[in-house]
Design a binder for this molecule. Structure first.
Ligand code: ZN
Ligand code: ZN
Length: 443
């Protein structure tokens, strides 16, 4: 059957009906996932719960992808457009009673629940059996770029090769036959605009991590300080220089640099400090400026060291690439938003300083990420609370389902990157490779 012969509003209504009917169960599932927060590459119980749902619904799946990721595909009996819908499943750490404990403060338990709601709706409504194309639902572990020592240990043991779930999945070829990627993420509440419901087309920053080790020479701080070489002075000079360096960029360049002194800085006050380590993320909104500014920073740090006759080792590791949403996919989401709210409840094309590994996906595939409201407190904070369960588990899921139906049925909306395999190769060799052997600049 041709797309034009399908009754698209009727198909959307069928999936919506199943999503609405599932809401009470979705709320319960949401509570279950919220109650079992697990940090990246340790989402064992979360994976088990996802698989238990799919087993119950008799939907085949593959698990243990990128350690605890899960994928299931529906449709595909007739060739056509292939959409991947992604959900993060990992939690963050928050401080409670002087301890770090896992907590779902980035809303990934919501994404996990929405994806299960979509799976049951598309499966029970059987709409994908009637139309061409395929949808893959992918639960992705380890989105938060945290606990890197632990991830290095997992990498050394050969359990993972890269530090994020999506990076690992791209390297494993999971997206090679996919045409476009959709995802969703909870928005930070904006006190100035409390009525916002959705965010369309916003960007995320890309980032690299830099570690800067200054090495000097110790000496008696009272008798012969001039014979020492003060590593803390190198770090201090660099911190001052970084502030001046930031002033060379206009606000619209969105350059974010907030270094910390992470190690060293002196042992005893009567000895000149011989070791100081700075660490920082560098965030920008495009890969080219990220590389350019990163190289200029290497020069800044090494020049500070040279001026004070210090040694300096700058190690740069790639984090995530900027998220650049495909405007054509965003337009499909935007067309469907009107079914749920008017334009006053929608914010568009924000430039965010936050980052996510969905950015890496957007360099190889047309990608759109829907932002949704519905929480109180703040994202990445211990006061994070899920408030509007109808909006997060039902309305957001329906909007994503509508977008999927349009993409499968309307060939005029089906965007593809014809060079996606070359994009993937380039991504692996030019970006991910530096995660395995970070770039070093030495003086
Ligand atoms: Zn987060
Ligand atoms: Zn997140």
């Amino acid at each position: 059957m041709k797309a034009t012969e399908h009754n698209i509003p009727e198909i959307k209504e069928r999936t919506s009906q199943h999503i609405r009917q599932f809401r009470k169960e979705a709320e319960k599932l949401g509570e279950v996932f919220f109650a079992i927060p697990e940090t990246g590459f340790h989402e064992e119980r979360t994976e088990q719960k996802i698989c238990a749902c799919l087993d119950e619904w008799q939907i085949p799946y593959t698990n243990h992808i990128a350690r605890y990721g899960v994928k299931c595909s529906l449709g595909g009996s007739r060739p056509g457009y292939h959409v991947a819908v992604l959900a993060d499943i990992d939690a963050l750490l928050v401080q409670r009673d002087n301890r770090s404990v896992p907590f779902h403060s980035c809303g990934h338990s919501i994404q996990t629940t929405i994806l299960l709601n979509l799976i049951q709706a598309f499966s029970r409504s059987r709409v994908l059996e009637e139309i061409s194309g395929k949808v893959s639902f992918i639960f992705t572990p380890a989105e938060e770029f945290v606990e890197l020592e632990e991830r290095r240990r997992l990498r050394d043991q050969g359990i993972i090769s890269y530090f994020s779930g999506k990076q690992q999945m791209i390297a494993e070829g999971l997206f090679d036959d996919v045409d476009a990627a959709l995802s969703c993420h909870v928005m930070n509440p904006d006190p100035a605009r409390p009525g916002l419901l959705f965010d369309l087309g916003s960007s995320l920053a890309g980032f690299v991590h830099k570690r800067i080790e200054f090495t000097g020479r110790d000496a008696h701080a009272g008798a012969v300080p001039h014979l020492g070489r003060n590593a803390l002075h190198g770090a201090s000079l660099a911190l001052t220089a970084v502030q001046m360096f930031k002033d060379t960029f206009p606000p619209e360049a969105h350059v974010k640099l907030y270094p910390i002194l992470s190690e060293g800085g002196g042992v005893t006050v009567n000895t000149i400090c011989s070791r100081a380590v700075l660490e920082t993320y560098l965030r920008t909104q495009d890969e080219a400026s990220l590389r350019d500014i990163s190289a200029r920073l290497d020069l800044l740090f090494t020049s500070c060291a040279r001026a004070l006759e210090l040694g300096c080792r700058v190690t740069t590791s790639p984090g995530y690439l900027p998220l650049s949403q495909d405007p054509r996919l965003v337009a499909v989401m935007a067309e469907n938003v009107g079914r749920y709210c008017d334009e006053s409840h929608v914010v568009r094309n924000l430039i965010s300083g936050a980052s996510g590994d969905i950015g890496d996906i957007s360099t190889i595939l047309p990608t759109a990420q829907l932002g949704f409201s519905g929480i109180e407190g703040h994202v990445h904070s211990a006061d994070f609370v899920i408030k509007d369960t109808v909006h997060v588990y039902e309305t957001t899921a329906m909007l994503l389902a509508d977008t999927i139906v349009d993409l499968l049925l309307r060939e005029d909306l089906q965007v593809r990157y014809n060079d996606k395999l070359q994009r993937r190769e380039r991504y692996i060799s030019a970006w991910l490779a530096e995660q395995r052997s970070p770039k070093e600049v030495l003086v």
